[in-house]
Ligand binder design. Structure first.
Ligand code: ADP
Ligand code: MG
Length: 377
């Protein structure tokens, strides 16, 4: 990828620029916890967006996307927004830096990536954080702190791409470190690194390629259940609730709200248990917690679907250490922690069985926890 970018850049702009990269992300555990003030547990992966960039001495940005095979040129004022959706991510990053009083001048860029688009690995955050990191390095002497870089990416999604996302994806993409996952506290925004070096195991995603569009905005309904239970407990979010608290009010809330809250409270405890396990290098416990999360998402939170439950069942049958839905649910990927010696059989079995039942194979995405945004030396 790097050679291709360099060749394209040289041909288009006749000089050499500086190479930057950023990464997509996984979330090991901590699902539907962000809006409950809880923890998420992401890490950057070895699927990246790479860009070669050079200041061009003008007030125009000229950028070529190798993967989309499109060129865009735009100015840096609000009214200069490009029409191509991929270029709006880059324009948005420029604008958000300028809005914060940072500097951006005209530049030339060529970029490419291998983060699968729309598979739940956040290719858009990789793109934003690659450019945010680069423009901070090139025009601002790295004076914008890393958390602000993540927020620049998040605001880009909100203000230029119509996606009302949280901070996790951009956070993971900016802060990611090889061999480390990060526990992000969605209430205080504090984070802590935990070692993730599962020797003898592989981390693999199976993308079901299904997405169930649901009419009655299930996401909002889940949020409302959580808010009702928190209000009944007299607390701001379920982050502060225990199972005992919940059981005390069981008869005052609906059975459905009880189930939703049980999942959220359990998930907070599971993230903390995974942290303890990682410190000890105990990947069997990590895996057990992943299965428990899947069970909770499927039975209590009811955001799974037949296809993902099927992939989870296959994982169990194949002796996979841990497996669960990753992301909001109703489709997308499972994330699986698999012993090396069971990997080939698991992948072959999952492909064959899933294909037999649903007419297509899941897409296999191997991931290794890697560095987030950086300059390529
Ligand atoms: P994801 O879940 O992967 O973040 P999104 O729909 O949020 O999916 O973002 C995908 C968008 O990001 C693409 O439609 C494109 O505009 C941009 N993008 C991601 N990767 C690339 C790439 N390699 N080249 C060009 N644009 C990309
Ligand atoms: Mg995205």
């Amino acid at each position: 990828m790097e050679a291709k970018i360099k060749k394209e850049f040289k041909e288009r702009f006749g000089i050499e620029g500086t190479m930057y990269a950023s990464a997509g992300r996984i979330n090991l555990i901590g699902e539907h916890t962000d809006y409950n003030g809880g923890f998420v547990f992401p890490g950057a992966i070895d699927k990246v967006i790479m860009a070669e960039i050079a200041a061009n001495g003008t007030d125009k940005v000229r950028v070529y996307s190798i993967d989309i095979k499109e060129y865009a040129e735009f100015g840096l004022n609000e009214e200069d927004a490009p029409t191509q959706s991929w270029a709006r991510y880059i324009f948005g990053v420029c604008r958000e830096i300028l809005k914060r009083g940072g500097k951006v001048k005209g530049f030339d860029a060529v970029f490419a990536g291998n983060v699968p688009l729309g598979a739940g690995l956040s290719s858009s955050a990789a793109l934003e954080s690659c450019f945010a990191f680069a423009l901070n390095d090139m025009f601002n002497d790295n004076s914008i702190d890393k958390f602000e870089l993540a927020k620049i990416g998040q605001s880009t999604e909100h203000n230029y791409c119509g996606v009302n996302c949280g901070i996790m994806d951009q956070f993971a993409s900016v802060f990611g470190k090889k061999g480390n996952l990060m526990r992000l506290d969605c209430r205080s925004l504090e984070h802590e690194y935990y070692p993730f070096n599962p020797e003898g195991y592989k981390l693999v995603l199976l993308d079901s390629k299904v997405k169930h569009e649901l009419k009655d905005s299930p996401y909002n309904k889940r949020r409302q259940s959580c808010e009702r239970v928190a209000a009944r407990l007299g607390i701001e979010t379920l982050r502060d609730a225990t199972m005992e608290d919940l059981d005390k009010i069981k008869s005052d809330i609906t059975a459905e709200d009880y189930m939703r809250a049980r999942y959220v409270i359990g998930e907070k405890d599971r993230v903390l248990a995974v942290c303890d396990a990682l410190v000890k290098g105990d990947y069997e416990t990590v895996g057990k917690k992943m299965y428990e999360t899947h069970e909770g998402l499927s039975k209590d939170y009811e955001v799974s679907c037949e296809e993902l439950d099927y992939l989870n069942d296959i994982a169990k049958e194949c002796g996979v250490t841990g497996s669960r839905i990753m992301g909001g649910g109703f489709g997308g990927c499972t994330i699986n922690l698999v012993k090396d010696e069971l990997y080939d059989n698991f992948i072959a079995t999952a492909k064959a069985k899933f294909n037999e039942k649903y007419g297509h194979e899941p897409v296999v995405i191997d991931v290794v926890i890697s560095d987030g945004a950086h300059k390529c030396e």
